[in-house]
Write a protein that binds this ligand. Structure first.
Ligand code: ADP
Ligand code: MG
Length: 148
């Protein structure tokens, strides 16, 4: 049975630190799926995660590129943003994902972090970790994490 763990992040720094801590135990092949509204903090989470992987490059939203690749000290980060692919349909089909090479990245060496992963949820491997970010106040967020 899976359970939901909720973490309250009262400031951006809390979110950054939460993600950075998670990154410290990340390993090759990990898939981290982020859901939550526009402006929830998925990209902020990615920035914290990158910090935890000791990535020195600036992590930006990959909305217009779909994917950005960053090289960390020991792990490569593949940062996806599926928003642009699904903003009109709210759902992605297999062919669209296949055409962008999405499946080539899942399970390869490195960590995949996917913003708007819920739009591709039928095609995401079962071993993926799911996090949902909810806006509670201007400064605060709640991160729900599904634990196996
Ligand atoms: N506790 C918090 N955690 C994360 N972001 C926060 C927090 N409080 C305020 N913010 C703001 O919310 C916005 C989140 O934006 P972003 O990470 O780009 O969202 P998304 O990628 O989910 O669309 C940023 O402007 C950030 O400054
Ligand atoms: Mg984003």
């Amino acid at each position: 049975m899976s359970r939901m763990i909720t973490t309250v992040c009262n400031t951006i720094l809390d979110t950054i630190n939460f993600a950075a801590t998670m990154a410290k135990t990340a390993k090759n092949g990990d898939i981290i799926c982020l859901s939550g509204d526009l402006g929830a903090g998925k990209t902020v989470f990615a920035q914290g995660f990158a910090q935890g992987l000791k990535i020195s490059q600036q992590v930006n939203s990959p909305t217009f590129t779909l994917l950005r690749e960053y090289t960390g000290e020991t792990l490569t980060l593949y940062h996806f943003d599926l928003y642009r692919l699904c903003e009109t349909t709210n759902k992605l089909d297999y062919d669209t994902l296949e055409n962008i090479g999405f499946f080539d990245y899942l399970g390869i060496d490195g960590v995949c972090l996917i913003e708007w992963a819920e739009f591709a949820k039928d095609f995401i491997p079962k071993n993926a970790q799911w996090l949902n970010i909810t806006v509670t106040t201007n400064q605060a967020r709640e991160i729900q994490q599904l634990k196996p």
